[in-house]
Design a binder for this molecule. Structure first.
Ligand code: NAD
Ligand code: XAI
Ligand code: MG
Ligand code: MG
Length: 350
C-alpha cells in the first residue's frame, strides 16, 4: 500500500505488490470468473486474467464480430465460451461487462443465476446507481463489487502486454461474504491494474460520465474543433491547422505532460509559448467552467443516464450512430487527420 497525501486528504493505494500471484491464487483459486460481454473491456480484462492464471470463462451471445473475436482469441465453445446466461450460471464471480444499456436489458435473465455467495462485478457504477432507471437491484446475499479501469479496454490489454498497468478505481457496494474487498482487489490486480484507488459506486459513475463527456472526449474535441475552425477561417492550410491542433498535442506535448507534468511542460517550451500559455489558461478555464458545472449537474441528476438508456433503446440507434460517426470521419478536420497520420514515417508502406 502506498499513500497519496494532498493536504489533509490521505488516500491508500493498493499496488500489485500487495496482491502477488500466490495471494491472488489463494483468493481466486476456487473461483470461476465469468466475464459477460466481449466488448472493449470484456476482452482486455478476460485475456489479462487468463494470462494471470485465473480460471476464466466468457459469456458472449452467438453471431456478430465479438463472438468471432472470442473464437480468434482462443475461447472454446462449450468449454470456456458460453452464452451470457449459461456463463452466469457457471461463474462464482460474474463480471457484468455488457454495455450499460445491455446490462439493463439482460438483468432479468442474469439475476436468477446470482445465487448466495457469488460476486457480481462491474466496471462502472451505472447500473447500480441509476437503479431506478435500470432495475438492477442485486440479491442481498451476494457481494457487489467494482473495478473500473481508468482508460480504454484496449489500453488495459496493451499495457499488460508491455508489462505496465492501467490505474483503476475499486469499490465495495455490498459485502455479503466478508470477502468482498479481497475479491475485488485480487480481481483488480488480475485484470492488469497498476494501482487501485478506492471510490464508491456513485463517485465512480459521476466522475466517469463527467470525464468522458468532458476533457477526455467531448470537451477536448469541442476545443480542438474550435481552434481548427478559427485557423482554417483565417487561411491556414489543413495540414497546418491539424498539426497545430491535434498532431502536436498527441504526438509530442501530451506524452511529455503525461511523463513529466504540466509544470515541466511550461518550463520546457519557448519563453514565448510559456508567457502566452500562462496568460491564456485562465480565460479558457473561465469560459469552460460554467459548461463543466452544467455537465456535472446533468450527470448527477441522472439526466445523462436517462438520455443514454433512451438513445440505446431506439431500434434505429445503431444506424443513427453510424451516421454521426461517419460525419466526424468525413469532416475536413479528421480527413486532414487521416492524411497527416498516414505521413508518419513509421506508417509508410502500411
Ligand atoms: N469501453 C471501455 O473502455 C470502458 C472503460 C471503463 C469502463 N467501461 C465499462 O465497462 C462495461 C463494458 O463496456 P464496453 O465498452 O466494453 O461494452 P460494449 O459496448 O463494447 O459492449 C460489450 C458487449 O455487450 C454485448 N451486449 C450489448 N447489449 C447487449 C444485450 N442487450 N444483450 C446481450 N449482450 C449485449 C455486446 O455483444 C458486446 O460484446 C460498461 O459498464 C462500461 O461503462 C468501459
Ligand atoms: C474509456 C472511457 C471513456 O474512460 C470509459 O469511461 C468508457 O465509458 O468507454
Ligand atoms: Mg465511461
Ligand atoms: Mg472512463
Amino acid at each position: 500500500m502506498k499513500e497519496i497525501r494532498i493536504g489533509d486528504t490521505v488516500e491508500q493505494c493498493v499496488e500489485r505488490a500487495d496482491y502477488p500471484p500466490e495471494k491472488i491464487k489463494a483468493i481466486l483459486g476456487g473461483e470461476t470468473v465469468a466475464v459477460l460481454g466481449y466488448g472493449v473491456q470484456g476482452r482486455g480484462q478476460s485475456l489479462n486474467m487468463r494470462d494471470n492464471g485465473v480460471k476464466v470463462i466468457v459469456g458472449q451471445r452467438k453471431g456478430g464480430k465479438a463472438y468471432d473475436l472470442c473464437i480468434e482469441d482462443g475461447w472454446k465453445p462449450g468449454e470456456t465460451l458460453f452464452d451470457p446466461e449459461e456463463a452466469a450460471a457457471k461463474g462464482t464471480v460474474v463480471q457484468y461487462l455488457l454495455s450499460d444499456a445491455g446490462q439493463k436489458d439482460m438483468w432479468p435473465k442474469i439475476k436468477p443465476h446470482l445465487t448466495k455467495g457469488k460476486a457480481l462485478y462491474f466496471s462502472h457504477g451505472f447500473s447500480i446507481v441509476f437503479k431506478d432507471q435500470t432495475g438492477v437491484v442485486p440479491p442481498a446475499d451476494i457481494d457487489v463489487i467494482l473495478c473500473a479501469p481508468k482508460g480504454s479496454g484496449t489500453t488495459v490489454r496493451r499495457l499488460f502486454l508491455e508489462g505496465r498497468g492501467i490505474n483503476s478505481s475499486f469499490a465495495v457496494f455490498q459485502d455479503a461474504t466478508g470477502k468482498a474487498r479481497d475479491r475485488v482487489l485480487a480481481l483488480g490486480v488480475a485484470i492488469g491494474s497498476g494501482y487501485l484507488f478506492e471510490t464508491d459506486f456513485k463517485k465512480e459513475v459521476v466522475s466517469d460520465l463527467t470525464g468522458e463527456r468532458g476533457v477526455l472526449m467531448g470537451a477536448i474535441y469541442g476545443l480542438w474543433l474550435a481552434q481548427y475552425e478559427v485557423l482554417r477561417a483565417n487561411g491556414h492550410s489543413p495540414s497546418e491547422a491539424f498539426n497545430e491542433t491535434v498532431e502536436e498535442a498527441t504526438q509530442s506535448l501530451y506524452p511529455l505532460i503525461g511523463e513529466k507534468g504540466m509544470d515541466w511542460m511550461y518550463a520546457n517550451c519557448s519563453t514565448t509559448a510559456q508567457r502566452g500559455a500562462l496568460d491564456w489558461f485562465g480565460p479558457f478555464r473561465d469560459a469552460s467552467k460554467p459548461v463543466f458545472e452544467k455537465l456535472y449537474q446533468s450527470v448527477a441528476s441522472g439526466e445523462e443516464a436517462r438520455r443514454t438508456l433512451e438513445a440505446n433503446s431506439k431500434p434505429d440507434y445503431r444506424a443513427g450512430l453510424e451516421k454521426e460517426l461517419k460525419a466526424i470521419a468525413e469532416s475536413e478536420m479528421w480527413q486532414a487527420g487521416a492524411q497527416v497520420r498516414a505521413l508518419r514515417p513509421e506508417r509508410q508502406g502500411q
